[in-house]
Write a new protein. Sequence first.
Length: 278
Amino acid sequence: MEKLILDGKAVSKDIRSNLAVRVEELQSKGVTPCLATILVGENPSSETYVKMKGNACKKLGIQSERIHLSSETTTEELVDTINKLNHDDAVHGILLQHPVPEQIDERKAFDTIAIEKDVDGVTSTGYGQTALGFGEYPSCTPAAIMTILDYYDISAEGKNAVVVGRSPILGKPVSALLLNENATVTTCHSRTKDLPDILKRADIVVAAIGKPSFIQGEWIKDGAVVLDAGYNKGNIGDVDYDSCYEKASAITPVPGGVGPVTISMLLKHTVDAAAKKL
Ligand code: NAP
């Protein structure tokens, strides 16, 4: 069977070259897209993610305003910071890096982000709009998965899609997006029974679990499309790549699959939000 490696770097390059042109156009009209990132506390992985996002902005000429709050920050202080950014006309997108320290009410903080600046798709309103099919800025990893399918002309219509994971930023919204594209969607989680049997019927598999090499090739139907959103220590996905590669007709590698496209979605949403200021 012919194999298609779904190359996130190629998809990303395409998106970013297009964005570079749009950023230049916006700048020529006096608008520089700006993404504000908020990091609370000292979490080395989060610091790396925020830095990566900031660097990706810089490369495209998108301004990135970085706010780093102490690990003792209260919900009220974080809400105040977000509100200031909501009212700052120079800021087009706001990203609050997850997770925040446990004394903070993360949902309250996310839901303080103004919907028009919710470029990371974390607010309850944004999620609701995505589920109803008119969300402008869906959560970035789900948006990346749909963009990869679209880039490779893989239609979800009428397919059995199985999403493993139901987090608010990944499993749930990607299930909604696949449903909106007329897939028949099954969303699995830690209490799902007989996961291998459910996966055996899947034409499209989305892995969003957070457990390295969890999905086994023997659970995968011949010819399935496998999208691995997982990113675990040591650059390992949630899919056991070698055994799933044998069964799949198309598969995303880790690294170089969903990850780079996720950052491109954040950049695209920021540019889209800035373009509204013209
Ligand atoms: P999360 O919030 O920890 O959610 C994990 C989900 O997996 C939960 O819904 C959980 O079920 C489910 N799960 C756990 N064990 C399971 C099992 N044995 N069988 C079936 N389902 C199981 O994780 P997340 O934030 O969605 O992230 C998932 C993965 O994506 C991680 O590897 C993360 O690093 C990666 N990620 C990648 C990107 C990217 O840019 N590529 C962005 C974000 C996240 P319950 O709900 O029942 O607990």
